[in-house]
Ligand binder design. Structure first.
Ligand code: SF4
Length: 180
């Protein structure tokens, strides 16, 4: 079933509808997220199910996957991230244009999962900021969809000035990520 999007809050009268730019842009962003699936292991298979006909992420406007960071705004990290892979993941994040959001899908991406060992990154938030964590080993497709819906909430309600704020720049600097 196609999900129809409600108009944002506004003032309505005969022949007109007025709202704020923040709300219109938030609505457009939230319903056209382009995910970049950074899948390294089993959680990636759950994501494939999420894209399939039963769960159908297209209902949320996110069927257009991007394997090019410059044409993606939602980084979905799914699977065990070895420390050697860390710089690659960070480079992918760096190459994405603002505004961008990140989901850590599953226990491995969120915390290293069962791999409490010298070679595995104990959570991707050690190298890049994360907006939403999806628990599970692996999470079911419903959980992944819920994670995407949480990102939609963030995108819908984000103040347009947030990305230029000192707070946001400081957060990126704490990850040694260059701000423009
Ligand atoms: S969280 Fe579990 S299912 Fe997901 S990548 Fe790690 S081991 Fe595999």
């Amino acid at each position: 079933m196609v999900k129809m999007v409600e108009a944002p809050e506004g003032v309505e009268g005969q022949g007109f509808f007025a709202t704020s730019l923040d709300k219109v842009i938030g609505m457009a962003r939230a319903n056209s997220l382009w995910p970049l699936p950074f899948a390294t292991s089993c959680c990636g298979i759950e994501f494939m199910a999420t894209m399939g006909a039963n769960y159908d992420l297209a209902r949320f406007g996110s069927e257009r996957l991007s394997f090019s960071p410059r044409q993606a705004d939602l980084l979905m990290v799914m699977g065990t991230i070895a420390k050697k892979m860390g710089p690659v993941l960070k480079q992918v994040y760096d190459q994405m244009a603002e505004p961008k959001w990140v989901i850590a899908v599953g226990a491995c991406a969120s915390s290293g999962g069962i791999f409490d060992t010298y070679s595995v990154l104990q959570g991707i938030d050690r190298i890049i900021p994360v907006d939403v964590y999806v628990p599970g080993c692996p999470p079911r497709p419903e959980q992944i969809i819920e994670g995407v819906m949480k990102i939609q909430d963030l995108a819908r309600n984000e103040n347009l000035r947030r990305r230029n704020s000192d707070e946001y720049k400081k957060m990126l600097e704490s990850y040694n990520i260059e701000t423009l």
